[in-house]
Ligand binder design. Sequence first.
Ligand code: ATP
Ligand code: ZN
Length: 210
Amino acid sequence: MKTLKIAIQKSGRLNEKSVEILKNCGLSFENYKSSLISTVTNFPLEILFLRDDDIPEYVQDGIADLGIVGENVITEVDADVAYLQKLGFGKCTLKIAVPNDSEVTSVSGLEGKVIATSYPVILQKYLDDNKVNAVVRTISGSVEIGPGLGLSDAICDIVSTGGTLKSNGLKPFGEVMKSEAVLIASKGMELNEDVIELLQRIRSVLRAKE
Ligand code: ATP
Ligand code: ZN
């Protein structure tokens, strides 16, 4: 049978736990150093090390059969993939935040305001769901500095501890989306025997952790 490909994050918050869960499944492979691809020696699988942003589309397009990535990234690019399993790590929440002295304290207060974010699709859906008209300004990183620079009235960003917000004089409210790392597959691949075998192994690793 054809060798499967799984895409995981090359470096960043999801890399270590992604490697760990695959190793705990009994898979033997060399960790990412400089090569983009690593071959598993005891299972028909290759591991592709990518930027997390690229993973949903690679899986959607079948360049990789499987992927491990945050739900936030999948939702943002609206990727058409099969969700196989939540993995219990990379947990975070997308929230709205405003300067400490802002009069805005709820979603409805965002009417007519400018909101900076790296997640324009998710934010727009949240605004639509709440029937709020606001201007969404997309910036790719360091969104927290937006209000201080006069770029925006509010931000929508990933919050885990809230430390970054605090040190930028911002306070959060509103839960736009909860996210964690998930295992995804190209549509149709969830029926592949090796995919089923790998999914079973991942589930027993997760169960052993409970
Ligand atoms: P890459 O170089 O792969 O593009 P990145 O900088 O976009 O990496 P990371 O900061 O490594 O991404 O975050 C990867 C994922 O980890 C996020 O998309 C999110 O799902 C999850 N995550 C969990 N906690 C946090 C957090 N506090 N801040 C940002 N992301 C978090
Ligand atoms: Zn990224």
